[in-house]
Design a protein around this ligand. Structure first.
Ligand SMILES: [Ca+2]
Ligand SMILES: [Ca+2]
Length: 625
């Protein structure tokens, strides 16, 4: 609605006597969740009501079969009420009627109970996740680039730290491209409203284009298209047979969040006497020698000044966040969740939240970001085989250890048992700590790292090797928009350098990298490697469901197999700068000699597997028959 239409509607309502306009009027500005569902396993629902002095109103629920209002909570701030309801299994979809009354005035507010329809598909190793920062991918709707009623009205593609106008429509417009490439699931950086003011530092102006500073949990940012377009997006993605991964942020909100501007209670966020940043030392969470104070600093310190740290030990906030996750999954049809800053959250809360999602949606999947430096630390935040006082129930995690290992394998020299591909071999050898390592999401770059090509000096052969590993190792592979066309900047100067626009996504772009003709030969080389492997992978049971057997790198040549009872894929990578001949008798146990193989990338076939001659820097994916 435009402002003019809103004003006219308001005037009409006033003239008809529908709204009483005096200082004591019952004022309701927010009702969260926006609606709820019948058939939710947990019969308890807590509705947050926000409005000026709303706690002075009495609330009742008109009779509704199977639904009862159990309790109305007032809290420190009179502008909030929390209503506890129970919804029996027998309740039918329809509209609840809440009656608010104060000083003889009454206001009836209806609240919809809908039928459930979402069927989350989760993620598995048969997926390829494609990560998109929507502001930087494609601008499908230039009419939503700026809103004068939002705090940040800037949109400038020449500035790395400002908004560029990309949106959900832009992603919808390129679903065929993504499907063709071989992606099966789209993870978008957060889409919720970030109505944040711009900030300034180092002579630059920063917008919250990345999406990690929510200002309203129940609104998708209008610059991305709002709730309606997000709903269209999830429908369009599902119609193409792809999946939707939503980026959750439980740890913090934006400092311009409406509830932070008028806190329900002081301990809704983690308060400190003066601004206190997180120590960012994850070790304190698992260190048997850590002090309580240091653990608290890691968990309750703020991520950054503009992102207040939410206190998930507050029961009202915990319920608010959990219900939001369930509502979003149901309302938009989310298949899986990526969880931002996982290890900064209260970990007992995270277990409750994960469990609530798994209870309501048995096939749902979640994987958190725990950016740590060792396999043991990483395993602490997911289901693991460790005997510890705290056990995480998280299904998977962003596998930073495989990410580091791929990088080191291609940037350090092999010296006997150390360096080069030994790093990858050794990292995977520690998989015994995970309950299920195939649920780890593996990657070599994302929106917070250097572009991988930059780390390997734009070496196309090394890119191919990394992609071969990524798409054939255990786990759920994830690539980042632009990986497939060789985007190659470092984030040293600015995060914006690794979040550049995908050329062709804006109508004014001179070239269109979404098309073969718009890409250079080199870019097409990168694109073809990804496309070929990703699409081969889709139908390979060995790669997506099979077991893994690896062999310690010999003289810089790393060999491993993925296999089922019927299929076998052999991966050979030569990290040396010269050709190597390897006798394959060391892998006889699985290879069992004298068979024929097909190179998946070149379609070349050969039959003598006893001594394999592999060129310098080459990577082979061999289908063994
Ligand atoms: Ca736009
Ligand atoms: Ca925290």
């Amino acid at each position: 609605m435009t402002q003019l239409v809103k004003l006219t509607v308001l005037l009409l309502l006033i003239l008809r006597g529908g709204i009483a306009v005096h200082a004591q009027a019952i004022d309701i500005q927010k009702v969260h969740p926006l609606n709820w569902y019948v058939g939710v396993l947990n019969p308890n629902l807590q509705i947050l009501i926000y409005g000026k002095n709303i706690s002075a109103s009495k609330v009742s629920l008109k009779p509704y079969a199977g639904v009862s209002l159990q309790k109305v909570h007032t809290v420190e701030n009179p502008n909030y009420l929390f209503l506890d309801l129970t919804i029996d299994k027998t309740a039918q979809a329809g509209a609840l009627q809440f009656v608010f009354s104060k000083n003889g005035e009454t206001l009836t507010r209806s609240y919809e109970l809908k039928n459930r329809s979402a069927k989350p598909q989760g993620l598995s190793s048969s997926d390829l996740v494609y990560l998109i920062m929507p502001d930087r991918f494609a601008n499908g709707d230039p009419s939503n680039d700026r809103f004068t009623n939002l705090k940040d009205t800037l949109c400038d593609r020449t500035a790395h730290s400002l908004r560029h106008g990309g949106d959900l429509k832009g992603v919808i417009d390129h679903l065929d491209y993504l499907n063709d490439l071989g992606a099966t699931a789209l993870w978008l950086t957060p889409v919720l409203e970030n109505n944040m003011s711009v900030t300034s530092s180092d002579g630059r102006t920063y917008s919250s284009y990345h999406g990690y500073a929510f200002t309203d949990h129940y609104q998708v940012d209008p610059r991305l298209g709002g709730n309606e377009t997000y709903l269209q997006f999830t429908k369009a993605v599902h119609a193409k047979g792809l999946k939707v991964v939503q980026d959750a942020v439980y740890n913090h909100c934006g400092s311009d969040h409406w509830f932070f501007k008028d806190l329900p209670m002081r301990d809704w966020v983690n308060q400190w006497d003066t601004y206190t940043s997180s120590s960012h030392r994850n070790q304190t969470l698992l260190d048997p020698y850590a002090s309580f104070a240091e653990k608290k600093l890691m968990s309750d310190g703020w991520f950054v000044r503009s992102m207040p740290d939410l206190n998930q030990r507050n029961p009202y906030l915990a319920t608010y966040l959990i219900q939001h996750a369930i509502w979003s999954t149901e309302y938009f049809g989310i298949d899986a969740w990526r969880i931002d800053t996982y290890m900064y959250c209260d970990l007992e809360f995270m277990n409750r939240c994960n469990q609530a999602l798994m209870d309501e949606f048995p096939n749902i999947f979640m994987f958190g970001e725990s950016w740590v430096g060792s396999v043991l630390n990483q395993a602490y935040f997911v289901r693991n085989n460790l005997n510890l006082p705290f056990k995480s129930n998280q299904l998977g995690g962003c596998d930073f250890q495989v990410c580091n290992a791929i990088k080191e394998a291609l940037t350090t020299k092999v010296q006997w048992n150390e360096g080069g591909a030994n790093k990858l071999f050794q990292t995977l050898a520690q998989d015994f700590v995970y309950q299920d390592a195939t649920k780890n999401v593996i990657f070599f770059e994302n929106h917070d790292t250097d572009r991988f090509l930059h780390s390997i000096n734009n070496d196309a052969q090394k890119f191919k090797m990394a992609m071969v590993w990524l798409l054939t190792l255990r786990g759920i592979p994830q690539i980042y928009y632009g990986t497939e066309i060789g985007m190659n900047k470092s984030r040293q100067r600015s995060d914006g350098d690794v979040r550049e626009d995908f050329m062709g996504g804006w109508s004014e772009d001179k070239v269109n990298k979404f098309t073969e003709g718009g890409r250079t030969n080199l870019e097409n080389t990168y694109f073809d490697i990804v496309k070929k492997l990703a699409n081969y992978r889709k139908q390979s049971k060995a790669l997506t469901e099979g077991k893994m057997m690896q062999f310690g790198p010999r003289d810089g040549v790393y060999v491993y197999f993925r296999y089922t009872n019927n299929e076998k894929v052999m991966i050979i990578t030569n990290t040396n700068d010269k050709e190597k001949t390897i006798k394959t008798d060391f892998c006889n146990e699985i290879l069992r000699g004298g068979q024929t193989v097909r190179n998946v990338l070149t379609d070349e076939k050969f039959s003598d597997l006893n001594a394999i001659k592999i060129p310098a820097g080459e990577s082979w994916v061999l289908e063994v028959k």
